[in-house]
Design a binder for this molecule. Structure first.
Ligand code: XMP
Length: 349
């Protein structure tokens, strides 16, 4: 029968056939599950002829670089070179608003960084690198591959190891659980979660930290904030403000191919009693997937729901919104995205 151990052995054979005994391989490490598993697999096959590179493009999650470097050293034991390319990426993105162009620029800059690294490896150590390893999500392989150039250089694309199995393979390769359970993150990083020009100072990590605190991280596929180039009128500190809107998106998914928005219980709020009258048709449509009657509370004076912890509760969302409005400069409005995939995708751009 089919066994992941066999898949692993097969892959190691394939890699060894492809990579000559004197060839060196560079691995683009993102710190996510795919590239970590890919790197561990290739390392098992060719040992220290593998050279991992982690690029800080200035578009990473809060303290991501420190976190990845630390955990790689401590738990994965693969040598990793960290390249700080923040300036290089951000200067190229300056003033760029078009999402496709953003992705292209970022893809190209990655290539430049890896190119430079390969040249350095050859000049300094006389090691010629023949391949670049990139771990990619299955939906990206299927739906579109924005990084065409990267694809041509790819050795172990996820076409061999599909998304669902990558975690299983990771377990066999003893990749630490902390890597295996991480939420996927787009290659272009926060650039595709800051709509428009990527210049704003964005402390948009709030929702991730909050869901960790709430203990619901593992039941969500991805949760993130999208910084919008839209301004909304508000009052903050007794002053009328025109500040930006941030959208929150949280989805559950098995493989990223389809996704459901993560249920939040707005109806928990007693105050909604009033506007339920207005919005009932609309809301009932939203809640058709639920297994309880969201309107039952209209019949009782004080609604009491015992929802499982896998739902966003009013209190939780209030907390996140408050943190965002208080801590993220230039934001006074938070919206919640309740679209599933399809028709949406997971990212906004
Ligand atoms: P979409 O938004 O296309 O995303 O439904 C599917 C999955 O891929 C992630 N994503 C990316 N991953 N490079 C990546 O490596 C990218 O350019 C990219 N764009 C989206 C997204 O977060 C989701 O998990």
């Amino acid at each position: 029968g089919w066994k992941m151990e066999n898949v692993m052995d097969e892959e190691i054979k394939v890699i060894n056939n492809m990579v000559g005994p004197d060839d060196h391989v560079i691995c683009a490490l993102s710190g996510g599950v795919d590239s970590t598993v890919a790197a561990t697999l290739v390392h098992k096959a060719i040992g220290d002829r593998l050279h991992c590179v982690f690029v800080d493009n200035g578009l990473l999650r809060y303290k991501e670089r420190e976190r990845v470097m630390e955990t790689f050293e401590r738990d994965v034991h693969l040598p990793v070179t960290c390249v700080d390319a923040t300036e290089q990426f951000l200067s190229k993105l300056k003033g760029v608003v078009d999402p496709e162009l953003k992705r292209k620029i970022i893809g190209k800059e990655f290539i430049c960084v890896f190119d430079a690294f390969a040249k350095e490896l050859e000049n300094n150590l006389g090691k010629k690198s023949a391949f670049l390893v990139q771990g990619t999500l299955y939906p990206d392989v299927i739906e579109s591959c924005p990084n065409q150039e990267l694809e041509e250089l790819t050795l172990t694309q996820s076409k061999v190891i599909i998304m669902l199995e990558v975690r299983q393979l990771g377990r066999i390769l003893s990749v630490p659980y902390s890597f295996l359970k991480r939420h996927p993150f787009p290659g272009p990083g926060l650039a595709v979660r800051v709509l428009g020009d990527v210049t704003e100072d964005n402390a948009l990590d709030t929702i991730r930290q909050s869901i960790k605190d709430a203990g619901i991280y593992d039941s969500i596929w991805q949760a993130f904030a999208v910084f919008l180039p839209v301004k909304s009128v508000g009052v903050q500190g007794n002053q009328r403000t025109h500040s930006h809107v941030v959208a929150l998106r949280a989805v559950t998914s098995q493989d990223g191919m389809t996704a459901d928005w993560y249920v939040f219980i707005a109806l928990h709020c007693f105050a909604l009693h009033d506007w339920c009258n207005v919005y009932v048709p609309h809301l009932s449509q939203l809640y058709t997937n639920l297994t309880f009657d969201p309107f039952s509370h209209l019949l009782t004076p004080k609604p009491k729901f015992s929802f499982s912890s896998c739902n966003f509760e009013r209190e939780f969302l209030d907390d996140v919104v408050q943190k965002i409005c208080n801590n993220v400069r230039g934001v006074n409005c938070v919206a919640l995205d309740i679209t599933s995939k399809p028709p949406s995708t997971i990212e906004w751009e």
